[in-house]
Design a protein around this ligand. Sequence first.
Ligand SMILES: [Zn+2]
Length: 349
Amino acid sequence: MLTPSRLIVARKRRGLTLTRLAELTGISTHSLSVYENGHQTPTDETLDQLATTLDIPRQFLEAPDVDEIPEAAVSFRALSKMTARQRDRALAAGRIAIMINDWIEARFRLPTADIPTLTGHDPESAAEIVRAGWGLGERPVTNMLHLLEAHGTRIYSLTAENDELDAYSLYWYGRPFVFLSTGKTGERGRFDAAHELGHLVLHGEHQVPSERPAAEVEANRFAAAFLMPRASVLAHGLANATPDQIVQAKRVWNVAAMALTHRLHELELLTDWGYRSACVQLSRMGYRRAEPEGIQRESSQLLGKVFRSVRADGMTPARIAAELGISPAELLGHVFGLTLTPVKCGAPP
Ligand SMILES: [Zn+2]
């Protein structure tokens, strides 16, 4: 028997409108919407056809009811450039990642969430409060993803077809989730993760209207202040820094050269003119579109541990995927590809 809410998630996961799914299957839009609102259930044959077209095991469509992620729960940075279809696809992908997380939570004790709610705070002081609460002082963050996971955030990767998005985050039944693209530079990934932490801290309590541009600016200011603490930047003698000095100094905080330049300007260590000219020069040096000689992309530590542990118990990724009613490739796409981490036999621990 079809579970209507599952058909909706599977369709949106593929980025399909009802009309497009109707074209692909030859089933009328009317019938499809009747199936989706649960007024009628499709025949066995139709169910198979839907599963094939949606490239999802039929089992997924028949598993217990799921609740969709409401669009108002998420602040999308790229929203103005995104279509409703792209937004729905990203949310449906996140919903599947949450199913994977449920599977993990049922078997492992994961860290409890420890993210302060600082609604209405200035982003700069909010970043300082979080740092103080987490005992970070002014030290650079070694690994942003590991830090978030240690404080109870669940982190999953955005699947490849959602590459118009950098990241998004939300509270799901009290648990903070961050979904991250894996296609950007390592420095950018750290900034995106800190940006999402900003949303959780500043906007997590209330569901943020997704089209509020101020929320995006606040999350960016939070990220800059969190990764490049004022006192630490001021102590590095970067007043009127040259592009070469910026490229050198960005390694202290593992941030993009452009992000540090912006921060120096924000802290009045660069004049307006100095900021503009540094941007132009860094751009010429290739730092606008990329991060020459950049750092490696950070990945989840928790998921790596989980999959190593289940593998040691003889559980294969294929079996986990089957239990979830998804394909192994789908599982892989949500977990930074970590299910394939080989276990080295006989290697020292
Ligand atoms: Zn944002």
